[in-house]
Structure formats: structure tokens, C-alpha cells
Design a protein around this ligand. Structure first.
Ligand code: PLP
Length: 378
């Protein structure tokens, strides 16, 4: 057994930086004994809305629920098609099936790993009711051409912002924020996300104030007045304790995202210095984008052997994602087969997520890269 370990993510190091602030915030909620949709949720919703420059933010129980509630509020349902990427976390596609609509996939860009806008436009049919771009691993999909095109056709734009809170894109002298461009943005506060809670949590952000009433009613069983129901919603709320924790963590997020960016830049430099570019392709940050590196995902040769070698030295790595969505057994009824999305399938075979978190030390990254060098040069 190696005596040193490097995890892909170390939340304990992060907690040590904010312990006192968090305890104070949680204590305040405990003293108030107000646990559901109280002042902390309200304040946090306002802070998120102002951070993204949108008029509306509605807390809910998870990123998955944020997607489901959004599609419900937009009246997407049976008979409708929703276009998204075949390369994402499962929830991106399952939310579409959950509300009775049909997922339609568009292939990805091999450098940024995000879906290709041109492919999406080709997949639009008379049944298309929404498009879900996923800002994968912390980098924004270019929406400047897609958004106006969809708007002109009456198709909703639902940003899956689960991995990209704080990511931005500069276009034509303007700054766009992940979750602040489409009709709605869906955020996850799952503990491992850049802005993670200490339990589950989610939020819907929106540029459309007209969705406020339905989103707020759908999260409380479809009622606007307790015990009276106009629609059938779900029970999906962000709780007060999580909101209080998230308010503390939001204050530090920009700094933490910046630290992730520095770690990513250091990896790229170390790979070049070690002459590893023959075997390794670092992630590409598209011009105009500020990537916040929720994950640092490289493409590499002999992935399984590399991963085993790193593991034997005490270094963890992960495969996001080993099986594309269109090939998942639960979606076999959609009729897709292997070969339909060659770029996404190729990425699932050679991607590897390396450790990245704000507190990752330069010396740990050097250790990892020299271990990779030993593997490829032996
Ligand atoms: C994490 C994640 C979700 C779901 O968020 P939960 O809070 O875990 O429900 C959805 N989409 C993507 C891309 C994610 O990474």
C-alpha cells in the first residue's frame, strides 16, 4: 500500500477553510427552528439571481428536480422531443423521459466535449419543444447563435448548469453567465459540485419572470394557496440549513473557481514540460470562455493501464463517463445504436478525470505528472 494518497476531490480541506462561518450559519437556522422555505432560502435565491444577472431564482431539492420542474413549467410533455447531448450525467436525459417526452441527441465537439450547435440545429423537428445544452465539466456551450435561433422558432432553451456555476463566456463585448442566458438554468448543489451544499440541493434560474408563479407552485405540489391545487406538482424544496451553508460558500466561490483555473493551467504546463503531449490531450478552453474546471478531463492513450498505474501509486482518477447516454440500457427503446455518435463514443473510451479542487497543491500535481511520465516512458 502506498503511504501517500491523492484523491480526485478532498472536501475536508475545503471545510477546514470555512468551518467557523458554516457553523455560525447553521446555528442561526437551528435557533430559528424555521426549516422550510424561510429567510435563508429567500436570501440565497436573491443572491444567486443577482450573481447571474437574472430576475428569477427558485430553490428546489436537487439539480435533477430543477430540470424536471423546468420542463414541467415549460409545458413539455408526451409527444414532445427535447434535444441534448449524449455525453453527460444521466439526469440530463432522464428528466426528459421522466416527464414523458423523448430525448434526441446531437454529437459533441472532441475538444470542448460539449454538443455541437450545428448538429443540434440539424436535429430540430416540428416536435422539438426544448433544447438542453450541458455546460460540461465547467465550460459553457456557445449559445450566441443557438439562443436567438431557438427563440425565433418558439423552442425553449434549458441550460443544464449543474457543473458550471460561475462559468462565463465573452461574446461581442458582452459577458454571458452559465444559467443566465436561456429561458431557464438548472443548478445542482450536490456536495461534489463547485458550489456544493452539505446534502442535496438545486435551483432554477430564469430570464423569464412569467415562469415565477408556475415554478414556485410546482415545487410545493402545484399549489399557490396551501391545500388548494391548480396543477399536480411535486415536493421539491431547498431546505433552510442547506441555503444557509450555500450562502457562506457562494461568498468564496469566485476565489475557489480561480484556484481551480490555476491548477488546470499548471497541469497543462507540466504536461508540456514533461513532453507528454504525444499521449495526452488536455481539455481545450474555447476562445471567449472562462472554464471553471468542475472536472479536469484529459484524453489519453491506454487509459485503463494508466489508471491502474496511478492507483498503484496512491493517485485516484475517474472516468466521466464510461457509457454514453444513447447506449444506456434504459434508453434502448429510443432506437440508437453504437456508432451513432462517434465523437461522444470515442471520448467515453479515452477520457480520464484527474484530481482537481481549490486546495490541490502544486507539489501533488507534479507528483501525478511524474507518475504519468514514468508510465508512458517505460
Ligand atoms: C449533477 C448533475 C445533475 C443532477 O444534479 P443532482 O443535484 O445530483 O440531482 C444534472 N446534470 C448534470 C450535468 C450533473 O452533473
Amino acid at each position: 500500500m502506498p503511504d501517500r494518497k491523492l484523491p480526485t476531490l478532498d472536501l475536508k480541506r475545503n471545510y477546514a477553510r470555512v468551518r467557523n462561518e458554516i457553523r455560525e450559519a447553521v446555528d442561526k437556522v437551528l435557533e430559528s427552528q424555521h426549516f422550510i422555505l424561510g429567510p435563508e432560502v429567500k436570501a440565497f435565491e436573491a443572491e444567486v439571481a443577482s450573481t447571474l444577472g437574472v430576475p428569477l431564482a427558485v430553490g428546489c431539492a436537487s439539480g435533477t428536480d430543477a430540470l424536471i420542474l423546468s420542463l414541467m413549467a415549460l409545458n413539455v410533455g408526451p409527444g414532445d422531443e427535447v434535444i441534448t447531448t449524449p455525453y453527460s450525467f444521466f439526469a440530463t436525459a432522464s428528466c426528459i423521459t421522466r416527464i414523458g417526452a423523448r430525448p434526441v441527441f446531437a454529437d459533441i465537439d472532441p475538444d470542448t466535449y460539449n454538443f455541437k450547435v450545428d448538429d443540434v440545429l440539424e436535429k430540430i423537428s416540428p416536435k422539438t419543444r426544448a433544447v438542453i445544452p450541458v455546460h460540461l465539466f465547467g465550460q459553457m456551450v456557445p449559445l450566441e447563435n443557438l439562443a436567438p435561433e431557438l427563440r425565433s422558432r418558439g423552442i425553449a432553451l434549458v441550460e443544464d448548469t449543474a457543473q458550471a456555476f460561475g462559468a462565463t463566456r465573452h461574446v461581442g463585448g458582452e459577458i454571458q453567465r452559465a444559467g443566465g442566458v436561456g429561458d431557464v438554468g438548472c443548478i445542482s448543489f450536490f456536495p461534489t459540485k463547485n458550489l456544493g451544499a452539505y446534502g442535496d440541493g438545486g435551483m432554477i434560474t430564469s430570464t423569464r419572470e412569467d415562469l415565477a408563479k408556475s415554478l414556485k407552485s410546482l415545487r410545493v405540489h402545484g399549489s399557490t394557496e396551501t391545500y388548494f391545487h391548480e396543477t399536480v406538482g411535486i415536493n421539491s424544496r431547498l431546505d433552510e440549513i442547506q441555503a444557509a451553508i450555500l450562502r457562506v460558500r457562494l461568498r468564496h466561490l469566485q476565489e475557489w473557481n480561480e484556484e481551480r483555473r490555476q491548477a488546470a493551467a499548471r497541469y497543462a504546463l507540466l504536461f508540456r514540460e514533461a513532453g507528454l503531449m504525444e499521449w495526452v490531450r488536455p481539455p481545450v478552453e474555447a476562445p471567449g470562455n472562462t472554464h471553471i474546471y468542475h472536472q479536469y478531463v484529459i484524453r489519453c492513450e491506454r487509459r485503463e493501464a494508466l489508471q491502474a498505474h496511478l492507483e498503484s501509486e496512491g493517485i485516484s482518477s475517474r472516468v466521466y463517463y464510461p457509457l454514453c447516454l444513447h447506449l444506456q440500457p434504459c434508453f434502448s427503446n429510443l432506437g440508437y445504436r453504437e456508432g451513432d455518435f462517434p465523437e461522444a463514443e470515442a471520448l467515453s473510451r479515452d477520457c480520464l478525470a484527474l484530481p482537481i479542487f481549490p486546495e490541490l497543491e502544486a507539489e501533488e500535481q507534479e507528483w501525478l505528472v511524474s507518475s504519468m511520465e514514468a508510465f508512458y516512458r517505460k
